[in-house]
Structures are given as C-alpha cells and as structure tokens.
Design a protein around this ligand. Structure first.
Ligand code: F6R
Length: 247
C-alpha cells in the first residue's frame, strides 16, 4: 500500500510510532527487536522522533539490535562521511542502545575478506530470527540500500559499484564527486525482502519521478525499488510532493 502524508514531519512521526509499537510489543514478550536501518536525509526525522520517544516517553532500545543497510567502501568509520559516524550523530548517541547491538557493514575490510563478511552479516540477521522491520529511502537511480540498477531480486549482502548519479548526489557530503567512493557494501534486495515488514519513505518533488516508477512502473532490475511491488509486507510512506507524479 501507498500512504501519502501532507509533509515529511507528519509521515516520519507515523513511521516512528510504528517502530516504537514493534519494539514495545516484542519487549512485552521478552524478545529482542531486529531493525534494519537506513542513512541519508530521508529517515532523519524518524530518528528525531524516536529520540524524543526515548527521552520524553521512556522508550528503551536496550533490547533492540540494528543492522544498517550499507556503508561506502573503502571507508574509515571515524571519517565524517562514514555511515558509522552519521548513525552515531543522528541516532545512536542519543538513545540507550548497547553498542554491541549495532551492526553496520565494515568499510575497512581487506578485499579478500569481503565475501566472508557479507555472508556473516546475512547469517547474523537470520540467526536472530530475521529483521522485524526494515526502513528504506530511495535514490534517484531507483536504488534501495545501494542496490543500483541491474541488481537481482534475490541478491544478498555484497560489494557493489555505485551509479554515477548516486555519486553525484553524494558529492556535496564529500566536497566533489571525485571524492565519493566508487563502491559500497550493501544488503541485497533479497535481504530486504526477508524482513517481516518493510517501509520505504520518500519526500520532496526531487523523488516524484522515481517514486512513480517504483510504485506503479514496470517491475524490473532497471528500477530496483520496483521489485518491492512484489512484497506483501511493504508500505510506501511518501509526502504529497513525492506523490505528485502518481496517477
Ligand atoms: C542509505 C541508503 C540509500 C538512501 C537513498 C536516499 O542507507 O541505503 O538507499 O536511502 O540514497 O538518500 P536520501 O535519503 O539522502 O535522499
């Protein structure tokens, strides 16, 4: 289903509320919650609201285990552009999640260790019982995670090459496209599909064209997010601007 909200602030509150409900329900049964998280500008207000729920309403993340979708490769976690840095800054440093519960693909691996790392990432998710909820943004190439055009629907966590447009969109953070890494480690489309629930968010008219293709276009590897039309457990949460090209 597609849910359209007036703006990203209202939409983000709804998404944060859903995440909190999953955590509270599982916590009541003594279970951990396994969350798949995204970086980028899209989920920032969701993290803001979750931090508020933690600080003002006592929502605890002690029994939450997180897996981020992706990290640039190579990438030093202490670098300002790393997704490790981003997640600490916008979310983890402000909640009570145990550091050992945080999982983000490792941008410092030796090349020959990557395949082993990716398999272990998949196995760790599976051994914990799978992702209870995966949140996603969407790139202008139609990527989810860093699954660029050409990605297979059954793809797993792996090293990928970033699309030129993706590197262009990241160029501001890196002070020029030439400084943006050409590769990344990302969960696959198949990894995302295994989540019990999936929420894809998009705000702004800049995303309207790709949202239209993802939500009602042909299902094809050319627009990896379009594979999500086949998922039973997907909700597209968008604002009126991002919905402006839907028929
Ligand atoms: C981030 C990620 C990407 C972004 C997408 C949109 O972890 O996996 O797919 O969600 O590039 O980025 P923003 O939100 O910055 O427009």
């Amino acid at each position: 289903p597609v849910s359209v909200y007036e703006n990203k602030h209202i939409a983000s509150k709804m998404v944060a509320k859903r995440i909190a409900e999953v955590i509270l329900k599982r916590q009541a049964n003594g279970s951990n919650t396994i969350l798949g998280l995204a970086t980028g500008s899209t989920p920032v207000q969701v993290y803001d609201e979750l931090i508020r729920l933690h600080k003002e309403e006592g929502l605890s993340f002690k029994k939450v285990i997180t897996f981020n979708l992706d990290e640039y490769f190579p990438m030093d976690p202490s670098s300002k552009q790393s997704y490790v840095h981003f997640m600490n800054e916008v979310f983890f440093d402000h909640i009570d999640i145990p550091k050992e519960n945080i999982n983000i693909p490792d941008g410092t691996l030796d090349r020959e260790k990557i395949i082993e790392f990716c398999l272990a990432y998949e196995n760790k998710i599976e051994n914990l019982g799978g992702l209870d909820l995966q949140i996603l943004g969407i790139g202008r190439t139609g990527h989810v995670g860093f699954n660029e055009p050409g990605s297979a629907p059954n793809s797993g966590t792996r090293l990928v090459t970033l699309d030129d447009l993706t590197r262009q969109d990241a160029s501001r953070d890196f002070g020029g496209k030439g400084n943006v890494p050409t590769k990344a480690i990302t969960m696959g489309i198949g990894t995302i599909f295994k989540a019990k629930d999936i929420i894809l968010m998009a705000w702004n008219t800049k995303k309207a064209a790709i949202v239209m293709k993802a939500v009602e276009g042909e299902i094809s590897g050319e627009v990896p997010a379009s594979f999500l039309q086949l998922a039973e457990n997907i909700e597209f949460v968008i604002d009126t601007d991002a919905a402006s090209e839907l028929t």
